[in-house]
Ligand binder design. Structure first.
Ligand code: ZN
Length: 241
């Protein structure tokens, strides 16, 4: 059975449920951080992810903000409002669980970081020039990251050369042979590549497959509005930006 690779769920229960149905039975789960922040169901999402089989989970910058462990002033006003709301909602037990998670790790020979190997909490990996200083920091054939909410692949070219960077669409499969790679499955709960469908990846043998799945966005939007969270957070889900 495959490994399920998830990142950036952001308290979007409908997106998470759609991904779990689409993925089917899996052996184990790697979660790359940001369970909460932005979305309306922080406790439900934490509890559902905690119950997944053989889980390796990281903490993300929005999880740390909800715990009061990073300066909320680093966030834009909309994200900061959502972080304060999330802090009020989180049960003590779920907050304790988030506080127990590391921002980087290793699972099944993959190096894991929420944002990047160099800065596991904050760096947005987008440009090939960010490749060399990050590839240098892990020995594994591949690293898995989240944080940008964009499905993306970095191929190491040679030690000092900028990496080759390219995006991935639904159904694209990468064989994990050849160059060392940094792979981002995209965001489950708030995609940002213009495709509003939830993004995730499945890994089976050496095949890493990017997947997208539709979910009832209007339902999540309604919950965001009902919770009094910023309207922009509901609106952006429809555009996937
Ligand atoms: Zn995120």
């Amino acid at each position: 059975m495959p490994h399920l690779i998830l990142s950036d769920i952001h308290a979007n229960l409908e997106a998470l449920e759609a991904v779990l149905v689409d993925a089917g039975p899996v052996d184990n789960v790697i979660f790359l951080g940001d369970l909460v922040g932005y979305g309306p169901n922080p406790n439900e999402v934490v509890e559902l992810v905690r119950a997944l089989p053989d889980l390796t989970a990281l903490v993300g910058n929005h999880d740390l903000a909800a715990l009061g462990e990073v300066d909320i002033e680093l966030f834009n006003p909309v994200a900061a409002r959502a972080a304060r709301w999330t802090t009020e909602q989180l049960s003590a037990e779920n907050a304790q669980y988030l506080a127990s998670l590391p921002p980087r790790g290793v699972s099944h020979d993959f190096y894991l970081a929420h944002a990047s190997p160099r800065d596991p909490v904050w760096e947005y990996l987008e440009d090939g020039r960010q490749g060399p200083p990050n590839f240098r920091l892990f020995p594994n054939a591949a690293a898995l990251v989240g944080h940008t909410h964009v499905p993306r692949i970095f191929d190491e070219i040679e030690a000092e050369a900028p990496s080759r960077v390219y995006g991935a669409r639904h159904g694209d499969t990468i064989r994990l042979q050849g160059p060392r790679r940094i792979l981002n499955p995209g965001g489950v709960g708030q995609p940002r590549d213009g495709d509003p469908r939830a993004a995730y990846a499945l890994l089976e043998d050496d095949r890493f497959t990017f997947r997208r799945v539709p979910y009832p966005i209007e339902e999540t939007q309604r919950k965001i509005e009902d919770a009094g969270l910023p309207h922009e957070l509901a609106a952006r889900l429809a555009y996937g930006l």
